[in-house]
Design a protein around this ligand. Sequence first.
Ligand code: PLP
Length: 376
Amino acid sequence: MIYLDQAATTKVCDEAKEAMEPFLRDSYGNPSSLYELGERAKEAVEESRRIIAESIHCSPEHIFFTSGGTESDNWVLEHAFLKGRQILTSTVEHHAILNKCQQIQNRGGEVCFLPTDSEGKIRLNLLEENIVPRKSLVSVMFANNEVGTIEPVEEIGNIVKKNHCEFHTDAVQAFCHVPIDVEKMGIDYLSASGHKIHGPKGVGFLYVRNYQDFLPMIYGGEQERGMRAGTENVPGIVGMGAAVKVQMHNLSEKIRREERLRNYLANRILREIPGCRVNGSVHRRLPGNLNVSIEGIEGAAMVTLMSDDEICISAGSACASGQAGPSHVLKALGQSDEQAYRAIRLTLDDTNIKEEIDRTVECLKQNVNRFRRGAR
Ligand code: PLP
């Protein structure tokens, strides 16, 4: 099987699996317990917090563990709503943001959705026009999950700071894939997830700059300093920490390798399959992402055909993930329904190799020809 859907989820790496195992069996203690078994679990959770904090350049007390990106996103937005903030976000966000914003709007909250340019980049002039000094929470993703476009995070951070507002970024796709520095980038809140970086599913975290003023997510015990109650997911947290350590080791070298492989894939597709067009930004995109529209095909059907060849890719359109209709991201980029339905997304990382790319391109070519023959 060839797996080119690394943006959907990833395989747990050996290091994470090995780090987790003791905490599923021998070291199963509750971190709140005062005896050795509990302390061992607590120490492992804190070690994970330290590793993660270092990876985004903050100190550990700013990291709060959650069940993943969706919970982290919901937490920040709920806090903003309860504090009476205006929420400024973009039309290309993940549904974890968009649907929560919709729910906030239904409860009378103030939400403004900013359009993007045709590459999916937020328009900074619109942000400046719509931000309300001392009132807005700006929530703009670090990098888009469909088209891979990297937002101008540092510029957004500067505008937010100038207006004495707060900046949240959904970095689920960017964390451990590109360098992140919450200080330099002016980020006040950051969401991330374990399963996109070869860690386990069901674990993530939220970085919070001013946690003294932050509202709890779940009420109950004193876990996560009373901010997110419930017995910690110790194996998950430990696994995520181990995965972060692996991912952050030689990150720039990994990025170069991924980019090289992705560019090779893109060049072959563009050269060998007529009628292709890359969606998203050519220059400011995640190193492992390729989103391409191919004339005469239907993305969701192509996913099925490729799956018959044991190649996992994804459609650019949301219907492939069980929802009707074209991708809201491609629509936000100004594409027609018809164009949006032609998109496929291939996402790789440095666990993929050139031979897999070559076989994928060959299968893609055959399947495109099948589509086009069928259409005649
Ligand atoms: N935000 C983005 C940009 C994502 O890509 C995803 C997952 O695909 C999420 C949020 C949700 O993360 P999780 O699956 O950890 O809840």
